[in-house]
Write a protein that binds this ligand. Structure first.
Ligand SMILES: NC(=O)CC[C@H](N)C(=O)O
Length: 206
């Protein structure tokens, strides 16, 4: 998705599996998958602490499981809890829309993307739900909501939610950090990738 974008500046994409590869990067996307597994693999490959340091300094976007790892607190974790990287001051709930069979797609209106008049197809696969926004100190960057799930599309169990409830938030940004609870990379639409690079990565690159 990133390689299909064209910017005036050069963008080099690296797959990160080691500390050496991480050290090559000015920004990082943590993909979806399974957040507990990603955390365990990060620990055994010696990446957990380097990732925590990276998150403190550089732009990071987490999609779905990646969004869980970027959250300061998570609910619905396996016994014994789960290691997180933190970076975004929210509490997130794993598998908040239900199991795999309750995965769904929804057309989202998103501000800040190119061609904002065109909706974006959000693909939600055992997606997490934003439970609480909790900026802990006045030093924290403000949390900016980028997209919400329209209340008429909410799963039955959540249908009565007020549209300003944090649970309707499906994309948000705090400073250099960005999360989507759905999977933009599973569409052919790279406007979220363009947004992340334009808004979070290039403005601070020297
Ligand atoms: N599509 C996904 O990334 C699913 C995330 C997964 N349910 C988790 O809790 O880690």
């Amino acid at each position: 998705m990133l390689q299909k974008l064209s910017f005036k500046r050069k963008l080099t994409v690296v797959l990160v599996r080691t500390v050496e590869e991480l050290n090559l990067c000015d920004a990082l996307i943590i993909p979806g998958g399974e957040s507990t597994t990603i955390a365990v693999l990060a620990r055994v490959s010696g990446l957990l602490e380097p990732l925590r340091q990276f998150v403190k300094q550089k732009p990071v976007w987490g999609t779905c499981a990646g969004a869980i790892l970027l959250s300061e607190a998570a609910e619905g974790c396996k016994k014994g809890g789960q290691e997180l990287l933190g970076g975004i001051s929210i509490t997130i709930g794993r598998n908040g829309w239900g199991s795999q069979v309750e995965s769904f797609e929804a057309d989202l209106a998103v501000e800040g993307l190119q061609h904002p008049e065109q909706s974006f197809t959000g693909i939600f696969i055992r997606a997490p739900v934003v439970l609480k926004l909790s900026p802990s100190s006045s030093d924290d960057a403000p949390i900016q909501v980028i997209a919400r799930l329209p209340t008429d599309l909410l799963p039955q169990a959540l249908a009565s939610l007020d549209e300003s409830d944090p649970k309707t938030i499906v994309a948000l940004r705090q400073g250099l950090h960005f999360l989507t609870t759905f999977h933009p990379e599973l569409t052919q639409d790279n406007r979220f990738h363009e947004y992340f690079v334009r808004e979070c990565v290039f403005p601070r690159a020297v």
